[in-house]
Ligand binder design. Sequence first.
Ligand code: SF4
Length: 344
Amino acid sequence: MSTKPSIHGLLLDELATFCNEQKLPAFRAKQIWDWLYTQRVSSFDEMKNLPAPLRGLLGEQFVFQTLKKLETKGEAGETQKLLFELADNEWIETVIIPAPRRQKNTVCLSSQVGCVYGCAFCASGQKGVIRNLSAGEIVGEVLEVTRELGARPNNVVFMGIGEPFDNYDEVMKSIRIMNHPDGLAIGARKITVSTCGVVPGIERFSEEGIQVELSVSLHGTDDQTRSCLMPVNESWPLDELMNACEAYTTQTNRIITFEYTLIKDLNDSAVQARELVKLLRRFPCRVNLIPLSPVEEFEGERSTPEAMKAFFQTLEKAHINATLRDSKGVGLKAACGQLRSRRL
Ligand code: SF4
């Protein structure tokens, strides 16, 4: 594996510093970024308005492409799952979720190879974490999706393989590259970071001063249920998590979206719906109720349609802003919790 950094992992300022160190004119940094993110070329050689020696220098100092697409599952215009090989032969998956009626596409990004948290219903964390993705690899996922779609995705969600706050710096760097008007120019409010409840990450994120959305996976209304589904709850129990969420909301004036996967006879009772109302009444928020997506490793079953509807109505009656989601891509194993960092 090359030890050279990825050109896609550099902020515009960092590229400007590189150009300055190389005694290159200041405008070169912007020119290179334009090739990377507006023209979206596939090699340094295609950067036609750069002098050949500069293209050679870039090739010596940086790697261009670190993701190799091995497979696309699913039809264009429907949910698709892209399998990528990384430079060290590890695998990640990235999902495209289109909303054809609104002519929008959401990309679900991986942030790590594997995941340390081992949530019971999730295939991604069953083998632990192998390594973090670099900012260049994360931006590479978006660029590959852009190539696949022929256009930039409208929404980006960090809900693929990995816990984004465990790879905080590289995830934030990739967000700054995606969000930069001269980069991929994806609006901050169109980017969502999703955490399983890593409290120090939430606290740090509240200091960022950016308008990126935050989503928190809850899936349980008491410590016993949540710890059994999400071992992360042992480190940061519900009380601590909800205090951090409330502090985040107060500090940023932003609304958190809570993800709650409905599992039959485990977290979908009327009592649990009322408990959820009590937990979330403390501050404004949204809730996504998600039907369980099956994985071999977890025996839990999807809630019945009646139970899901009743759960939803309890939240609605309590004026909690809730949505009962469709789990897209289940057949492709591209839905929440079904992604893997190895090929099956
Ligand atoms: S749900 Fe998220 S945090 Fe939990 S194991 Fe899967 S990838 Fe990791």
